[in-house]
Design a protein around this ligand. Structure first.
Ligand code: ARG
Length: 232
């Protein structure tokens, strides 16, 4: 390259909804961090691109990647058939799944069969929301309350405005550790889900970089390091 000139690395904008610890959250300094964020940064470093992290409502992430306002979704997003129609997903990078949470002193709900007539609290646009809507349409739940952020979803349960939360199991477990004695998990994991990073449909160049980088950070041990930091 010419004197004093450096090739500038491409910067991709990563969108995330950061009320989802340990996958994405805001630290004391206001910076967005978490498993997904460190993983996409490690992938970026491996592949020689820069990332800029942007906070976006969960239900606005897919439209944002479709319109080109962001390049990558890194937000604990479950790979689903319906979403595959709207965006392209990377290889799965971690397994999770949905679980039902109830107040710690709730003795009535011990499985999905005990939800008749109850009120659920969920994050808008999430797979937990979809599950709750199915249960509502089937005449099981009596109401589904939706909120933009998961902290408010949980608060609604703790304050008695809802009987159950349907949310990703690892996030509910993290909440139980943070706020002991407030809520508990009722029954088994409802379904298995895998998270993927998402890009605009047809953005093969970026998707290949993400998939290659993911493979590399798995092989060189970086993935394990990040995992043991957030899941101990
Ligand atoms: N895994 C669920 C889904 O894809 C919930 C993800 C919520 N993520 C977040 N960062 N709030 O719908």
């Amino acid at each position: 390259t010419a004197e004093g000139e450096e090739l500038e690395a491409a910067t991709f904008i990563v969108g995330t909804e950061p009320t989802f610890p340990p996958f994405e959250m805001t630290d004391e300094s206001g910076a967005i961090t978490g498993f997904d964020i460190e993983l996409i940064k490690a992938i970026a470093e491996d592949q020689g691109f820069e990332v800029e992290i942007q906070s976006i409502g969960f239900d606005a992430l897919i439209p944002a990647v479709q319109s080109g306002n962001i390049d990558i979704i890194a937000s604990g997003m479950t790979i689903t058939e319906a979403r595959e129609e709207q965006v392209d997903f990377s290889a799965p990078y971690i397994d999770a799944g949905l679980a039902i949470a109830v107040a710690a002193d709730n003795g009535d709900v011990s499985s999905i069969d005990d939800l008749q007539g109850l009120v659920a609290s969920v994050q808008i646009g999430s797979t937990g929301h979809e599950k709750a809507q199915e249960l509502m349409d089937a005449g099981v739940l009596s109401e589904v309350k939706t909120f933009n952020t998961v902290d408010v979803v949980m608060m609604e349960l703790v304050n008695g405005g809802a009987d159950v939360v349907i949310n990703d199991l690892p996030v509910t477990q993290a909440y139980m550790v943070q706020q002991p004695g407030t809520i508990k998990i009722a029954g088994e994991k409802l379904e298995s889900e895998s998270y993927g990073f998402a890009v605009r449909s047809g953005n093969e160049e970026l998707l290949t970089m993400i998939d290659t980088g993911l493979q590399n950070v798995i092989e060189d041990g970086t993935y394990d390091e990040i995992q043991s930091k957030y899941f101990s």
